[in-house]
Design a protein around this ligand. Sequence first.
Ligand code: MN
Length: 147
Amino acid sequence: MRKVLIAEDNAVNRELLRELLETRGYTVLEACDGQEALHMIDQTEPDILLLDIGMPVLDGFAVVRQIRENPHLAKLPVVAVTAYAMQDDRGKILNSKFDGYLSKPINPRLLTEELDRLLSQREDRSTPNRSNGSSVDRKARAAGKGE
Ligand code: MN
C-alpha cells in the first residue's frame, strides 16, 4: 500500500488530508514540523511527501533542501502545500526542488491527480524493465486500474 507522509503543523489540516487520503486507500503518516518530517522520512520511507511550507523548527523550503542534498532521497516526490493567498510563495516554490504544488484549501480532485501523476512517474523510474513507458501504460495506471 502507498505511504503518504503529511508534514503540516496545523492539526485540522492534517486531519482533513488524512481523511481524503485514507478514503483513497493510502496509508497516512504525520509529522508536525520540518524536523519531525525529516526524522519520519528516515524511519518510515514514505512513497511521497506532502509538505506544508509554513512550519515551526524547519519550514518546507529548508526540508526540501535537505531532502535534495541526500542521495538516498533523490527519488522521493515532494509536493508543496500552501495557502492560496500566499502568491509570493508560488514563484519561490516553482523555483525550488519540489515536484508538485497544491494550494489550501485542498481540492480533492487535484490532490488525487497530483498523487497519481507523481507515483506513476516514480514507478516508471524504478521499474524500467516492466514497462516501455508508453503513454497508454501511464494512462492506465493514472486511472488506477487494478490498483
Ligand atoms: Mn503551516
